[in-house]
Structure formats: C-alpha cells, structure tokens
Design a protein. Structure first.
Length: 286
C-alpha cells in the first residue's frame, strides 16, 4: 500500500512539474527567425482634398475636422487643401495673399467643387460625375470605405531639398500588387504647412482672423496637374516603375522648405478619376 502511495505521489509530482514549468503560448504564434513584415505597406491609403478659400467663413470648421480625422487615421490619410473659386480671390489689404494655383484652378474647374459651395472635399475622387463632392459630414464614412479596400499598388517616396540650388529631388518607386489600367497616371504635388495669413471664421468675433495657420496648402505640381501615364500599353501585377524627378522652386516664391511635403498618387485618368493609391514624404533639407 505504501509503495502504491509513493508511486502515485511521484507521478503527480512529475505531471505537476511538466505542467507548470512550461510557458503557455497563446495565438497568434510567431515563428522565430523570420523578419517582421510591414503589412501596412500593402494597405490602401486615402486622399482627402479639401476645397476652400481664405474668405470662406464656414471653412475653418471643415479644416479642423480634417485634422481630427488625420489624428485618428494617421499617415494612411493624406490631406491636401485647395484654394479655388470666389472665396479664394484676393480682396483688400487683409486678404491680399493669393493661395490659388493653376493646378488647383484646373481641378476646381473640372470637378466643380467651388460651384457646389465651399467647404467640401473629395475622398480619393471616388464617385466622379455622380457623388464625388462630399460635405464634411460625409467624409469619415467615405474614408472608411476606401481604407477597407485592398491596394492595387504601393508607392515609396523619398524627397529632399538642396538649399544652395533651391532644388527639390524626388525618388519614387511604384509596384503593382494587382493588375492596373492603361490610363493610370502618376501625379507629384507640393503642399505647404504653417502659412500664417488672414482667414474668415464666422464662429469668431471679429470674424477676420489675422494669424490663422493654413495647413496642407497646394503649392504646385512637379509633373503637371494631371501627371503622366505610367504605361499606356497596360499594367500587370508585378510591374514596377521608378525614377527621380527634380523641381526648382521658382524665384519670388515665399515657400518655406522645412514646411513642404511631397504628395504623390496614381489615379485612373479619363475614366473614373479615382485615386488608387497616395503617399506623402516630408522634405529632407540638405
């Protein structure tokens, strides 16, 4: 009887040791030795184009919402602010600064944003000719829809600025992870943050704000408003495109290089105009 009891205790001790000496591993399981993969790289980003004007008194609330959305969605949401239309025309001494650009005017004329009444925006230009112009209350739902979709391509950007020559240099790499379209075009734009100028805000008294901070302002395009075709013969999964482009800031521009950002996107030209992928890169000052 004593021998049986000792044997039982020994077995219990061994089982207890095996049970409690091993770590419990819960899923997901990580395989040792394999590098971490940046899965965010292959997700679709979204472009929020906000159409506004310095004399648009209802526009600051839309700009604040755009900032809040960016804080929530991070770098997957790229912001661009376009001053165009009647509210953007300089007037008097307070509103003498001109934020307008030829590219912004061309977009506004084509998509009809200022005619629809500012503030408004487009979410990756989805729904062209139907409901591409979105009021701020519809922005987040549209953003979520785009973010939930798989990316057709990825864009890698590296941008720098050489002070001595006032030259911007942009290296880009594009890789298609799905089949593309023959009309896919690639656009490279310059935007600027932290521009302090007058802005009308109907929520304030007085409504003319002298030290308003304008953000994500479209300044120019490096390769034209509508960009350039990647391959007019068609694009297949696995196709890659890369190059370096340079742009010299024109004389007389008051742009502050440390506040400049490059925005690049691929979109369907002459059909849906939808932006398939967008990426941004802040300038590295040399």
């Amino acid at each position: 009887m004593k021998n049986i009891l000792k044997s039982s205790l020994a077995i219990a001790f061994v089982l207890s040791f095996l049970l409690f000496s091993c770590d419990v591993i819960s899923p997901p399981y990580e395989e040792k030795g394999k590098p971490n993969v940046d899965t965010n790289k292959y997700k679709r980003n979204v472009l929020l184009e906000e159409y506004t004007g310095a004399k648009c008194g209802n526009c600051p609330s839309a700009a604040e919402l755009a900032t809040t959305l960016h804080e929530h969605y991070g770098d997957r949401l790229v912001l661009m602010t376009v001053h165009a239309g009647g509210y953007a025309k300089p007037k008097g001494t307070k509103y003498s600064y001109d934020f307008r650009t030829p590219e912004g005017d061309e977009y506004d004329s084509f998509f009809g944003n200022s005619k629809a009444g500012n503030p408004n925006g487009m979410i990756s230009r989805v729904g062209y000719s139907q409901d591409h112009i979105k009021r701020k209350g519809d922005w987040e739902a549209a953003i979520k829809n785009v973010l939930s979709e798989k990316a057709k391509l990825v864009i890698d950007l590296d941008a720098s600025y050489t002070a001595s020559s006032k030259e911007i240099s942009v290296d880009y790499k594009i890789e298609y992870v799905a089949n593309g379209n023959a009309n896919d075009n690639f656009v490279i734009l310059i935007v600027e943050d932290s521009i302090i100028k007058y802005q009308t805000d109907y929520r304030k008294h007085p409504s003319d704000i002298p030290d308003y901070v304008h953000m994500h302002i479209l300044r120019a395009s490096i390769n034209g408003a509508w960009g350039q075709p990647l391959n007019a013969q068609g694009i297949n999964k696995g196709d890659k495109f890369e190059d370096n482009v340079k742009y010299t800031i024109p004389a007389g521009k008051d742009w502050v290089p440390k506040h400049l950002t490059i925005i690049a996107f691929v979109y369907d030209k002459d059909d849906s105009y939808e932006v398939w992928q967008v990426q941004q890169a802040h300038l590295k000052i040399k």
